[in-house]
Design a protein around this ligand. Structure first.
Ligand code: DAT
Ligand code: MG
Length: 149
């Protein structure tokens, strides 16, 4: 089983899409193991997006991601990282496939609703940025045998 960090960004929260976004990951079959409603500090935002420091869009990205509350979640499943990114759609919403979160609800790269970890190392680091081990719940779901072979 793999774990991935998913954020519903400030635009997703402001636009009333929390339930819609959670529902998509839930219906896909991923299992929720952690969730919190919070506002990112600039320090956390800089650590989260450290890989983008120095790029022209970085200051705007930090302003946007800290501009209002977010929902931080950890979802678990086989290939959870790749599966979550498929469910989200590609970074630029105008090019994202309809049926994906970004392809259905967003237009601009700087207002693309969700974040999802992009690989096993970043996932482990990002989960640890937002959650302590005690905040993540190890649980078996009654439907797991109908979702996982
Ligand atoms: P993703 O969020 O799909 O993992 P990323 O890691 O490349 O994409 O970039 C992180 C965020 O930074 C992305 O969701 C939106 C913003 N961003 C990336 N490239 C950008 C660009 N060229 N102009 C403006 N914002 C950008
Ligand atoms: Mg990324």
């Amino acid at each position: 089983m793999e774990r991935t960090l998913i954020l519903i960004k400030p635009d997703g929260v402001q636009r009333g899409l929390i339930g819609e976004v959670i529902g998509r990951f839930e219906r896909r079959g991923l299992r929720l193991v952690g969730m919190k409603f919070m506002q990112m500090s600039r320090e956390l935002a800089m650590r989260h997006y450290a890989a983008h420091e120095g790029k022209p869009f970085f200051p705007g990205l930090i302003d946007y991601i800290t501009s209002g509350p977010i929902v931080a979640m950890v979802w678990e499943g086989k290939q959870a990282i790749a599966v979550a990114r498929k469910t989200m759609g590609i970074t630029r919403p105008a090019e994202a496939e309809p049926g994906t979160i970004r392809g259905d609800f967003a237009l601009e790269v700087g207002r693309n609703i969700v974040h999802g970890s992009d690989g096993p190392e970043s996932a482990a680091g990002e989960v640890a940025l937002y959650f302590s081990p005690e905040e993540l719940v190890d649980w078996a779901r009654e439907t797991d045998r109908w979702i996982f072979e």
